[in-house]
Design a protein around this ligand. Structure first.
Ligand SMILES: [Zn+2]
Ligand SMILES: [Zn+2]
Length: 662
């Protein structure tokens, strides 16, 4: 009898595979069940090996328990993308496989990979193509449709330039060639409107895939897509490795968006994984944005990506200019200057809508004792607590801990406790007192948590005449508000003067995205930025509304400072109950890398927040001139960690291409 040996990855945080044997010949990417210690676990076949190298003799090698599933879980290109990702992000291979396996398949159960036979048909609804394409759209489309193989293309389209119509027509072409389409969006809230556009156009089932669906719902979409029963899937980063019968095209909408980067656990970028997948499948990938990332723009400059410009809005209007409003000498009411209040008043009197952007949720960011200066802070992570009036609680925005309101100061027993600063709830509060008859609609994390709430909010906005929308960066994403003629940005100063790497890229993307939400249907929107720095050089550039100009400046600056995308960064993060262990470990890592050619280090530094659930967090920033060199250095470092006593006392992880540097 033949015996085959396999390396199997299990869903545990372990940087290795385990060898098992079986009399059956099993394909790579298949799901199997294996004995593991006293338990049995689901695993994935990573490779067949000729000779077992562990334990010396083959008798000690355990046998795979179950191999009877008919279909592979991971097709070749998805399988290879996962191997690449595990290597690039230095993340345990089993956990990477499991990140892209439907939850239901991660445990032994009676559910298996099998076709559901619920086939959807697609038919192009010609009457849905209500408007004529602009010249720009038409020219870009002709060229975009000619792309047959892997050649990433940036669709640089200002807000209102009709990017979605381009996506629809590219999808139509793929469908006609009997191919499937994957559309990635950065956030769940953006899925409903895009799904509606695709449904209206193609009259068939659109698979929707994101973390707020139940495991059963997700499994169903996954199966239908795998067996070619649905041909269009729209989802967030977790859907990047969705199996398809014949994938022909990937679209990454709002490619610059930070939500593509997973911020904990397996910290991958959905956009970058999509690009790798498209490369391995040799299919076209289209990245869309009005404010593309510096990384993408650099690759365009280097002619590795192609760029297609949609610089005119379909209504023929130019994108709005931003007007700074100097508030240096103005008293603020809930974050708003008197002048701001009066412009809001004038606008709603005309029956128009106002959009107010404030990048902070809750009522006020500080709850303070006016007598001794005590500030309410979180017991587990030490961040300042935010007062939420609607819940009458203090909430930690870093770790979500919730606290009752103190009646008296815990330090001096004074009852002079007060709130300071302002967030969405406070702005809403002040405006509803000032304009009791006008609908004030708040859009933030708290008001959109329930299922269907975002759809209800958008419906209310579209059905109202005069109305005031108050929201966080959620408002700056994707959705358009044609009746808004005034857009006010309240607290941009933090972003303008931030010392953080790429702060200018982030703030300009945010401001230009917010201002693009407003004013369609022949309305010209006015965009006002309250600021204490009206003469700030960066603001002067941003206010032109010309993102390309700002982006070029950012690129030049980063090139001169060798910052990403002209170098590669990894953050080595630690958590430990003991502050000394954490620093000892990072200090040793720092010493080890100190004399490495080309590597520069920042830190060890305390992370923000410093404490989570009682554990101290620190980090070390590692900068390398290239990605390949960084990869090599990190591999060396992992080998070192294995023999250091310091690494036994901490939990460490790598964050490659970090978005958040704190
Ligand atoms: Zn006090
Ligand atoms: Zn906290």
């Amino acid at each position: 009898m033949n015996i085959f040996y396999y390396d199997i990855a299990v869903g545990l945080p372990i940087r290795q595979c385990f060898t098992y044997k079986s009399p059956v010949n099993i394909k790579k990417g298949k799901r199997v069940v294996v004995p593991f210690g006293k338990k049995t676990l689901v695993g994935v076949v990573v490779r067949k090996i000729s000779q077992p190298n562990s334990f010396g003799k083959s008798g000690a090698i355990k046998e795979i328990i179950s191999t009877d599933e008919e279909f592979v879980c991971f097709d070749k290109s998805i399988f290879n993308t996962i191997l690449w990702a595990s290597d690039y992000y230095h993340h345990p291979i089993g956990e990477v496989f499991f990140s892209f396996m439907p939850t239901i398949l991660r445990k032994q159960s009676n559910k298996t990979i099998t076709s559901l036979n619920e086939i959807s048909d697609y038919e192009v609804n010609e009457s849905n193509k209500s408007f004529k394409l602009t010249k720009e759209q038409e020219l870009s489309l002709i060229k975009l449709k000619k792309i047959k193989k892997f050649k990433p293309s940036l669709i640089y389209g200002v807000t209102g330039s009709g990017k979605t119509e381009i996506y629809l027509q590219l999808a139509e072409k793929a469908l006609k060639e009997n191919k499937s389409i994957l559309v990635l969006v950065p956030e769940i809230n953006l899925t409903p409107q895009l799904v509606t556009r695709f449904k209206d156009r193609f009259k068939g089932d659109i698979g929707v895939y994101h973390s707020r669906l139940t495991p059963n719902q997700r499994f169903k979409v996954w199966l239908r897509s795998k067996f070619g029963e649905i041909k269009i899937v729209i989802g967030t980063r977790s859907s990047v490795l969705m199996p398809f019968e014949n994938l022909g095209l990937i679209i990454v909408d709002e490619e610059h968006d930070q939500s593509y980067k997973q911020s904990e656990g397996f910290r991958f970028s959905g956009r970058d994984l999509a690009i790798k997948r498209a490369q391995l499948e040799d299919i076209p990938i289209f990245l869309g944005s009005a404010t593309p990332s510096l990384q993408t723009l650099k690759l365009v400059q280097e002619k590795k990506y192609k760029k297609f410009d949609l610089l005119r809005r379909i209504d023929g209007k130019k994108p709005p200019k931003l007007i700074p409003l100097d508030i240096t000498d103005s008293p603020l009411i809930g974050g708003m200057a008197l002048q701001t209040m009066s412009i809001i008043g004038e606008t709603i009197k005309k029956g128009e809508q106002v959009l107010i952007f404030i990048n902070r949720r809750g009522f006020a960011p500080l709850y303070e004792c006016d007598n001794c200066g005590w500030v309410a802070s979180c017991n587990s992570c030490e961040s300042n607590l935010v007062f939420h009036k609607s819940k009458n609680r203090l909430i930690c925005h870093k770790c979500e801990s919730v606290y009752r309101i103190n009646k008296a100061c815990p330090d001096c027993l004074s009852e002079e406790l007060n709130v300071h600063g302002s967030g969405t709830e406070r702005v809403e509060d002040i405006l509803s007192t000032a304009y009791p008859k006008v609908p004030i609609i708040r859009v933030d994390y708290d008001s959109t948590r329930r299922k269907g709430s975002i759809e209800a909010i958008y419906e209310k906005v579209h059905n109202s005449e005069e109305a005031i929308l108050v929201g966080t960066q959620m408002l700056s994403k994707g959705h358009d508000f044609p009746k808004v003629t005034l857009c006010i940005i309240l607290n941009a100063d933090g972003g303008l003067i931030s010392p953080e790497i790429n702060a200018l890229e982030k703030i300009s993307q945010q401001l230009i995205q917010v201002s693009g939400r407003a004013g369609r249907n022949n309305n010209l929107a006015k965009v006002i930025i309250q600021t204490r720095y009206p003469n700030d050089l960066n603001l002067k550039q941003i206010k032109t509304g010309d993102y390309q100009l700002v982006a070029n400046q950012c690129l030049n600056l980063n090139k001169s400072l060798s910052l990403p995308p002209y170098s590669s960064i990894c953050i080595l993060r630690t958590t430990s109950s003991n502050p000394k262990s954490s620093l000892d470990f990072l200090n040793r890592a720092s010493l080890t890398l100190d004399n490495r050619n080309g590597i520069s280090l920042i830190g060890p530094l305390p992370s923000i927040p410093l404490k989570i659930k009682g554990n101290i967090r620190n980090h070390l920033v590692i900068k390398s001139p290239t990605k390949t060199y960084l990869n090599r250095v990190l591999k060396f470092l992992i080998k070192e960690f294995e023999i250091w006593p310091e690494s036994k006392k901490v939990k460490w992880s790598f964050d490659i291409d970090p978005y958040d540097m704190s």
